[in-house]
Design a binder for this molecule. Structure first.
Ligand SMILES: *[C@@H]1O[C@H](CO)[C@@H](O)[C@H](O)[C@H]1NC(C)=O
Ligand SMILES: *[C@@H]1O[C@H](CO)[C@@H](O)[C@H](O)[C@H]1NC(C)=O
Ligand SMILES: *[C@@H]1O[C@H](CO)[C@@H](O)[C@H](O)[C@H]1NC(C)=O
Length: 206
């Protein structure tokens, strides 16, 4: 499992046929979350409350095509640097900014009340700097609008999460793999020695 640590990141990228450009989406949703700017939370321990609502200044009916809302945890630029597996792409079918699902819900255009959700930070969330984004999808499951807890440049109101596996670098993983290998090798060695011993003692007895 740990030996193939590159594979999971390939499986996480969200897929959506056609590929809408993020830059073409309207920012109509107001998203807020409980972490304060710069706060450090712990994966597997802390919770985040996310709140979202249609911006009240938007004209009536702008949300008529919204069918589903997906709220996700997203990497801030500082945690994407030199990590192509977290890279931001304007084409959303290739975008890897937001890899952790917080909640997916049907969007009820008739219900404009503020919605919220309390999320326990998953143990699989790695140490990084984050923000939260909500994406609205239409009936064809195409992105139509969004909202996020940070500004357009993704530079304000960011928070940090300390991962459970934060200390488990690839060095630790290779150490575990090596240890497993050593145990197997040792067992094989003893097995061979034991057989040799048996053969030797049976030869001696004759
Ligand atoms: C986005 O990428 C997908 C897959 O690479 C491609 O099929 C689609 O045409 C692209 N969309 C745009 C708008 O460039
Ligand atoms: C709501 O939309 C208006 C107009 O686009 C914008 O100026 C305002 O900042 C938005 N409000 C929030 C809380 O994002
Ligand atoms: C509107 O949404 C709120 C929060 O999810 C919910 O408690 C309420 O029952 C909903 N109202 C209607 C009319 O669906």
């Amino acid at each position: 499992m740990g030996c193939g640590s590159i594979i999971p990141s390939l499986l996480l990228s969200t897929t959506c046929y056609g590929g809408v450009l993020f830059s073409s989406l309207q920012r109509t949703i107001v998203v807020t979350a409980s972490p304060k700017e710069g706060q450090v939370l712990n994966a597997g321990v802390d919770k985040i409350t996310v709140t979202w609502a249609l911006n009240k200044t938007e004209p009536y009916g702008i949300d008529s095509t919204y069918k589903t809302i997906k709220v996700k945890l997203c990497y801030a630029p500082v945690s994407q640097h030199d990590r192509p597996w977290r890279k931001t792409e304007d084409n959303l079918s290739r975008d890897k900014t937001c890899q952790h699902k917080i909640v997916w819900k049907p969007y009820d255009a008739s219900n404009k009340t503020t919605q919220n959700f309390e999320w326990s930070i998953g143990r699989d969330v790695p140490t990084a700097t984050y923000f939260i984004r909500a994406l609205e999808y239409d009936q064809n499951n195409m992105e139509v609008a969004y909202g996020q807890t940070t500004n357009e440049k993704k530079s304000t109101n960011l928070f940090e999460i300390n991962g459970v596996t934060g200390k488990h670098t690839s060095l630790d993983i290779s150490f575990v793999c090596f240890s497993v290998f050593s145990v197997v090798a040792l067992s094989v060695f003893f097995y061979i020695e034991k057989r040799k011993g048996k053969v030797a003692s049976s030869v001696e007895q004759k």
